[in-house]
Design a protein around this ligand. Structure first.
Ligand code: ADP
Length: 536
């Protein structure tokens, strides 16, 4: 018999995580009733202590990797991107606006300010380094308006954003780093488009409702509930609605998605070598991307613990599915429910955390009990789960008539059930098995629910991420792929793609990857072949 899986929430939140897990038959940890180690997932909004990583037991997972502050604090991100620019060339890392950390960089900022002022008067945005939700941010053109009493970053203001009906917006992209060693990254197909609620206007820099896209600010704006042209009411769209909008424009949409995906990979590469290995951790980051009028995507910041509050229908549609898929990605198996017995029997005190990031500690209880014969079948089922999951997401109707997908509850198909001692059926997720086809190297599933694997995306990147991270090789591969996508538009052949997916789920040894972003993501191999045909 396997006991229920148990989750533990720090400070009793977020409510959405509780809701999703309870719906799946998990139980909430109660310290009065359970032993200290008797939980499977500990979720907290803030960072875990080092000792919590060190004491982690095989059946326990945490929702943060250690030491990711290098990208989630504005000044650390600025420093890391600067370092990468210096090492690898500024053209590769040109997706982040020029930035200065004040007060330290004040002289350098002054020089740049004066230099640019001679050509054309650029705008700047000043942000406290460790605040979020738009707090303390202001935009200025004249250095005399720059005033700060804490550590801040001053960044070039992207003054030509792409507008929809005259309103500025940015994209909230949800990124799950399943592992840093080897680097394994998934990006969720759904995300949010966050609008400002007053029309964009460079002659009113002080109007935060026109220049900032934070929901925490705009939901209090006087025009929040007003109809705002194509934007509609409120201040959010789902990514599906944005995709629909993109289709109406004559652009190389695939290239845009790939460039955003590149930003995610290149940003993670800045810290990947220095994050200690902790196989029992996952992390959900919120990447904020602004698209300018020339369709160039810019990285604004990376959020640690992106907000999981449900302010509107778009939030419900996106975030509920997101958390469900994240849980699936963690790949809990029935055996995780045996934590107590395993604990008593083996007295596991071997930590799952390792500061020597190159080596990996396996999870003995889980790996010993895997049934290799079932691997293919499970992988195929996991792939089915993918489709059912995205259908489940759209059970919620979008208030602004977004194109919605078919409405089916995919839960029953997506789960297997194992009877407990009382004979009742408890949902247990089907394990998402990894393909071990390539010389014994694990290939993570190409898709879990609406999470698309974006790294590694081919054999070369898999190899480059296995031991010591080979950043140069990875960058070469990114260049190659982006170049291929830049060649022109895709002639999509749906049947062909389906055949490829089928082949993949049947256990072929090929390394397939999907292109994150577009509706019905195509296989990369198909894109590359099409590009080659266009060239010939
Ligand atoms: P916070 O963590 O406080 O949300 P962000 O860096 O995300 O800080 O900035 C808040 C908002 O300000 C963004 O969502 C975006 O609308 C706007 N913004 C931030 N930086 C820039 C920039 N360089 N150019 C244009 N707009 C920006």
């Amino acid at each position: 018999m396997a006991a229920s899986l148990v989750f533990r929430l720090h400070d009793r939140g977020p409510e959405l995580v509780r809701e999703v897990l309870l719906e799946r038959g998990w139980e909430e940890y109660d310290e009065g009733e359970r032993e200290e180690e008797d939980w499977n997932l500990y979720w907290r909004g803030s960072a875990f202590r080092t000792s919590e990583y060190h004491n982690l037991l095989p059946w326990q997972r945490l929702n943060h990797h250690p030491k990711t502050i290098g990208i989630t604090r504005k000044d650390c991100l600025a420093r890391n991107l600067r370092r990468m620019k210096a090492a690898l060339g500024s053209s590769l890392y040109d997706f982040s606006p020029t930035v200065f950390i004040l007060p330290n960089d004040y002289t350098r900022f002054l020089a740049e300010y004066n230099k640019l002022r001679l050509v054309r008067g650029p705008y700047w945005i000043c942000k406290p380094v460790d605040l979020s939700r738009g707090r303390g941010i202001f935009i200025f053109e004249d250095i005399r308006d720059l005033a700060y009493d804490c550590s801040v970053i001053v960044q070039r203001y992207i003054s030509n954003p792409l507008l929809i009906s005259g309103y500025k917006f940015d994209l909230r992209i949800y990124v799950c780093v399943k592992s840093f060693h080897p680097l394994t990254v998934y990006i969720h197909q759904e995300g949010l488009v966050r609008f400002s609620t007053e029309k964009y206007n460079l002659s009113s820099l002080h109007n935060l409702y026109a220049h900032l896209t934070n929901t925490s600010i705009n939901k209090f704006g006087p025009f929040y509930r007003t109809d705002k042209g194509k934007v509609g009411q409120g201040c959010k769209w789902t990514m599906s609605k944005f995709r629909h909008f993109l289709h109406s424009l004559d652009i190389n949409e695939l290239l845009l998605w790939q460039r955003i995906s590149n930003i995610v990979t290149l940003t993670l590469l800045t810290i990947a070598p220095s994050v200690p290995s902790c196989p029992n951790c996952v992390e959900l980051f919120g990447f904020d991307i602004l698209i300018d009028a020339k369709f160039k995507p810019w990285l604004l910041e990376v959020n640690y613990s992106p907000a999981l509050t449900l302010d509107c229908q778009a939030d419900i549609t996106v975030k509920k599915g997101l958390i469900g898929d994240l849980i699936d990605l963690m790949n809990y198996t029935a055996i995780d429910g045996l934590r107590e017995r395993a604990y008593q029997k083996h007295r596991y005190k071997q930590p799952c955390f390792n500061t020597n990031h190159a080596s990996h500690i396996s999870i003995p209880v889980i790996s010993q009990l895997k049934e290799p014969k079932l691997q293919r079948k499970r992988r195929a089922l996991a792939s089915n789960l993918t489709h059912n999951r995205s259908l489940h997401v759209s059970e919620v109707t979008n208030h602004d008539n977004t194109e919605t997908e078919a409405e089916i509850s995919g839960e029953a198909d997506a789960s297997s059930s194992i009877p407990d001692t009382h004979g009742s059926q408890r949902p247990v997720r089907i394990p998402v098995e990894e393909n071990t086809a390539l010389n014994g190297q694990h290939i993570p599933p190409l898709r879990v629910g609406d999470f698309i694997r974006t790294f590694p995306f081919n054999r070369a990147t898999l190899k480059a991420s296995q031991h010591k991270l080979d950043v140069t090789a990875i960058i070469q591969e990114l260049h190659k792929l982006t170049g291929q996508l830049a060649l022109g538009r895709l002639d999509k052949t749906k049947r062909r793609r389906e055949e490829e997916v089928k082949k993949n789920t049947e256990g072929e040894d090929d390394f397939d990857s999907l292109l994150w972003g577009p509706k019905d993501p195509p296989l990369l191999i198909e894109l590359i072949e099409n590009r080659q045909k266009i060239k010939e």
